[in-house]
Ligand binder design. Structure first.
Ligand code: UDP
Ligand code: MG
Length: 336
């Protein structure tokens, strides 16, 4: 058992190459002491029946209850159970990120610790992967959470996310998902972004599909989230959309906005002049001069900011040796 934090990513893919399991199940855990024994029992029951090697990585996200002790006890009798324990609570996304970083399996399945997801759905997810998908996303078709405060709000949020991202899924928030390791290993997640993994993956050319899964009401403890999460999710989505779609060419976003501002400013100026000539209206009688001036300034500043962002992007890629593309496979090329 190692003490680890999200800062420590050095040990990623810890298992030896020879003994690499096929499946890594990752479980974010924050104060779930009552659920853990039941979860371990049910999960191992399922995993032991499917004919594949596996590991289970529990990420203790700074739990304040007895979760870690209980996990330790479970790990002492189950060699496939591994634990990554954070120094403090970093949030579910960081926990999932650590799970991905430490996973050795070819396929990663993430699942909640609170027994709301059902491990019995895992074989179906894996079967879907066999069909050639890179990401299979669970869909809590019959969701067992508060009707209005959770289910309705999340339905609306899911529609917005589908619209903005262009990746059509019903339920981004369901933790129960399966991913091929190579489509997620380079993803860096922050904030609420773990739910956007299918979006990232799809943008990178991965084949994504969804599968209805069971969902149970929470038996123990309580949900760690409230309504404020919806706002965070939408803001994060904007960041994701911006960073991924326009990261390489920020000038298109800033510059596009700048040009639009300049155009509207020009239009306001012409209108002002036309009003003066045609009707003799004094320019200061209308809000147009102020509008034209402000929009002109905004336009110029946006363009300059776009140039600044372009410089940042170049620094980013060049200083870290990053690539602006992601390779699906190479043929006859030595691995590096
Ligand atoms: N979780 C976590 N860190 C946090 C909050 C939650 O690791 O800061 C875990 C939690 O233990 C559970 C999963 O993330 O396994 C989902 O949390 P929760 O059930 O509260 O979310 P909900 O199902 O209500 O959306
Ligand atoms: Mg839950």
């Amino acid at each position: 058992m190692t003490q680890s934090s999200i800062v420590d990513r050095g040990r990623a893919s810890g298992a030896s190459k020879a003994g690499r399991p096929f499946l890594s199940v990752i479980i974010p855990i924050y104060n779930e002491e009552e659920s853990i024994p039941v979860l371990c029992r049910d999960l191992f029951n399922v995993l032991e029946t499917i004919d594949t090697s596996f590991e289970v990585i529990c990420i203790n996200d700074g739990s304040k209850d007895k979760s870690l002790e209980i996990l330790r006890a479970e790990a002492s009798v189950r060699p496939e159970l591994k634990i990554v324990s954070f120094r403090r609570n970093y949030g579910q996304t960081a926990a999932m990120m650590a799970g991905i970083d430490h996973a050795a399996g070819e396929v990663i399945v993430s699942i909640d610790a609170d027994l709301q997801n059902d491990p019995r759905d895992i074989p179906a997810l894996l079967a879907k992967m066999e069909e050639g998908y890179d990401v299979v996303s669970g869909w809590r078709k019959d969701r067992q959470d508060a009707a209005i405060r959770r289910n309705f709000v999340s339905r609306v949020a899911n529609r917005i996310i589908s619209r903005i991202s262009g990746v059509e899924l019903h339920d981004y928030g369901c933790t129960l998902k399966a991913y091929r390791h190579d489509v997620v290993k380079d993803v860096r997640l922050y904030g609420e972004m773990h739910r956007f993994i299918p979006i990232y993956a799809s943008w990178m050319g991965a084949r994504v599909c969804e599968l209805p899964v069971r969902h149970h009401a929470r038996q123990f403890g309580k949900s760690k989230y409230g309504l404020e999460r919806v706002a965070k999710v939408i803001l994060d989505l904007m960041v994701v959309k911006f960073l991924d779609r326009h990261f390489v060419k920020p000038i298109y976003v800033f510059g596009g906005f700048g040009l639009l501002s300049l155009a509207v400013s020009g239009f306001a100026t012409l209108w002002m002049i036309w009003l003066k000539i045609a009707y003799g209206t004094s320019m200061v009688q209308t809000p147009l001069p102020i509008l034209a001036a402000i929009l002109f300034l905004v336009g110029v500043l946006s363009l300059l900011m776009g140039l600044l962002a372009e410089m940042l992007v170049r620094t980013y890629f060049e200083s870290q040796g990053r690539r602006s593309y992601s390779v699906r496979e190479t043929i006859n090329m030595a691995e590096n």
